[in-house]
Design a protein. Structure first.
Length: 691
């Protein structure tokens, strides 16, 4: 009678306008009859040893998605798995509602028939673990007519997927927690130690991994720590000496990777495959084989695919892995075509929300896990994105979750590990256009300074420094000339709209990098302040970011009326995601504002006075801020920006007394010192254009 009421009368009453309260479990997938897949991993000593970190033999990974495991299907009533005999006995009672395992389960005649036929037609046996996962999460065409409600595992598979084995079995195959590796300079936070351990464990099992931590949580150092770990004496004795890792990155972060490696893992032998004088052919193969880390770019992965493909790589790793989100792009196909038994992807973009990107990254890491591109589109993308199919979303999450590690700065455990403010420097390159303008300006400036003295010399140097800073920002700002003066130095010059316009991002290394980083901030529901000392550069940035990110970008400068200032601040502080980026001139927005809705602060160009920069940062880092603030200071490598940054760092303790305000202290340098500060280093220029 209860079943008849719920199944038939309830709907009629609802249609007549009556309110009917049904049990919470009614119409829930967990309260239906279905089938569960049980996977039993082999338990030979060799397998147990490999899973726990003992020698696996050779240089190949211990396992992988093609490893054979034993499987069998079980009928599931709610959360309780039954043998076919147990179920047939229970079904003989012909009760439409069964109370089992502490819950009520609906048993429909059609479900009984389909489940029994499926179990009898699929007796089990051996299967590849990748195919078993696809069956368990309803992604395999072989599973028809029944509802797959879960997966039970034992052995080494339990460590990856979670399982129902005994405590002793779980102990045998538990992921070992590693300590900071020998040779690592600095300290690893607890969540970073977990990330290192997770990367190393799945890598040993031959499973591709995606480290998708939020921006600023240290994806770079976790990968570097893993490279050091596998080169430790203990790991080398167990698994043999590792070969080179090929790291493919956007061109804008090549310098950052080199500097971070030198800082945190100086013992690693690094080869940069980039620039006009990069190695090719046998010379490249010989040099790569004696390196620990070879860094190249996505564009060169396509352009030099034959040379790179000829190297026997131990691993291929991708930074900013969303660069392979288009499977048809030549650089994506080139990266996917590089042979390696081990693969790792790093991305701060939440891949769970971009399904085509997710497929491309996962198919690079674990080919075949999600099926072909068209199959994935019809089975997951369309149902989830177009029809908001929550069941398909759960299936997809179950398939990819074991291979994706994502921590957010808002996670309770991560918050406990983080300081209140994290400062990093972002090193960028000059484009060839910027480099030519830079060298031309330095040559003219030094020639004039040599023959001048006193106030005239100081004026020439300050004007030259201003032009060089404009060039480092964007060539269009420099070419605009006097109208691009810094606010508060030569007055707020009137803006010429034709100079601002929608300038090309690709003409500036800084602009290219900030667009990439802000895209990641917006994708993770963050909010950012972007400071520049130039009004015109602020207007250019606002226009670029609106176009590139398709988001509203707020802009405040010295000419913004008071009422509009208040409206802009209120809109940003609302924090509803409608305007997640606020561009401010340093003079107008660096003091007196409360902008605690921001959890990222970008200093696009440098004031070279730490007190002024800190004051601007404190717009977000102040009382009322509940999140860790990430501070990103942009520096163009090999230019006066890097030289002056180094000088400030070396005088940090005396900054207030020695450096003073603005750039006036630079005018006191002699000609030799000035030439050393201004001369453009060759590696400051990008040697290629991204395809």
């Amino acid at each position: 009678q209860a079943y008849e009421f719920l199944r038939e009368h309830r709907q009629l009453l609802l249609e007549q306008g009556f309110g009917v309260l049904a049990p919470l479990w009614w119409d829930s997938p967990a309260a239906r009859l279905g089938v569960r897949l049980r996977i039993d991993s082999p338990e030979s000593p060799a397998v147990r040893g490999a899973a726990a970190g003992a020698p696996a033999g050779g240089t190949g990974p211990a396992f992988g998605l093609h490893t054979l495991v034993n499987y069998r299907w079980q009928i599931s009533l709610g959360n309780t798995a039954l043998s076919l005999e147990e179920f047939e006995k229970l079904a003989g009672s012909r009760s439409p509602l069964v109370f089992i395992g502490g819950q009520w389960v609906e048993v429909r005649p059609d479900d009984i028939k389909a489940a029994v036929e499926f179990i009898r037609g699929n007796p089990g046996g051996e299967i590849e673990i990748g195919k078993a996962m696809r069956m368990a999460y309803g992604a395999d065409a072989a599973v028809k007519g029944v509802s797959v409600v879960g997966i039970d595992t034992t052995g080494w598979v339990s460590s990856v997927l979670g399982g129902t084995g005994t405590s002793e079995q779980q102990k045998n195959f538990a992921m070992p927690m590693l300590g900071p590796p020998e040779g690592f300079v600095g300290s690893l936070r607890p969540y970073q130690v977990k990330g290192l351990s997770w990367l190393a464990f799945l890598d040993r099992l031959g499973l591709g991994t995606c480290l998708a931590d939020d921006m600023g949580l240290g994806k770079t150092i976790q990968l570097l720590a893993m490279l050091l770990h596998e080169r430790s004496a203990e790991a080398a004795a167990q698994f043999g000496n590792p070969g080179p890792t090929l790291l493919v990155v956007p061109m804008s972060v090549v310098g950052n990777w080199v500097r971070e490696t030198q800082r945190f893992a100086p013992s690693l032998r690094v080869l940069v495959h980039h620039g006009l004088e990069r190695l090719t052919g046998q010379v490249l193969r010989d040099k790569a084989s004696t390196s620990d880390l070879v860094i190249t770019t996505y564009a060169l992965a396509h352009r030099d695919r034959e040379d790179l493909g000829a190297v026997p790589w131990w691993r291929v790793a991708l930074d900013e892995a969303q660069n392979i989100k288009n499977p048809q792009a030549k650089q994506t196909q080139a990266v996917r075509g590089i042979d390696s038994l081990r693969r790792i992807a790093l991305t701060g973009t939440p891949v769970e929300n971009r399904l085509s990107e997710l497929w491309s990254i996962m198919d690079f890491l674990n080919p075949g896990l999600l099926g072909g591109a068209q199959e994935f589109r019809s089975r997951f993308s369309l149902p989830i994105e177009k029809y908001n199919d929550s069941a398909k979303a759960r299936q997809l999450r179950g398939l990819v979750q074991p291979f994706v590690l994502r921590r957010l700065k808002t996670d309770p455990q991560v918050i406990a590990d983080l300081p209140e403010k994290v400062e990093t420097k972002e090193f960028c390159y000059l484009t060839p256009e910027q480099a030519a303008l830079y060298e031309q300006t330095v040559k003219g400036m030094l020639g004039q300074a040599e023959s001048a003295s006193g106030i005239q010399r100081r004026g020439l140097i300050l004007a030259g420094l201003m032009r060089l800073k404009q060039i480092c920002n964007h060539p269009a700002q420099y070419k605009f000339g006097a109208g691009a003066a810094a606010e508060g130095e030569e007055g707020d010059a009137p803006t010429a709209k034709e100079a601002v316009g929608l300038q090309s991002v690709a003409r500036s290394g800084k602009c290219t990098r900030i667009v990439q980083m802000l895209d990641e901030v917006v994708a993770s529901n963050g909010q950012a302040l972007v400071f520049t000392q130039f009004r015109v550069m602020g207007e250019m940035l606002a226009a670029m970011l609106r176009h590139e990110l398709d988001k509203e970008v707020l802009l405040l400068h010295g000419g913004t009326p008071q009422k509009e200032r208040e409206d802009l601040i209120a809109r940003f502080q609302k924090g509803d995601g409608s305007a997640p980026i606020f561009v401010l001139s340093l003079k107008a927005g660096g003091v007196g504002l409360n902008l605690t809705a921001a959890n990222h602060v970008f200093h696009f160009d440098r004031w070279w006075n730490p007190a002024v920069e800190n004051q601007a940062t404190d717009r977000a880092f102040r009382i009322g801020q509940t999140r860790t603030v990430q501070v990103h200071k942009f520096v163009v490598a090999g230019t006066l920006e890097e030289k002056i940054d180094q000088m400030i760092e070396s005088k940090a303790g005396l900054a207030d007394n020695v450096i003073g305000s603005g750039e006036s202290w630079l005018t006191e340098l002699n000609l030799t010192q000035l030439r050393d500060v201004l001369t453009l280093r060759q590696d400051a220029v990008e040697a290629e254009v991204e395809a």
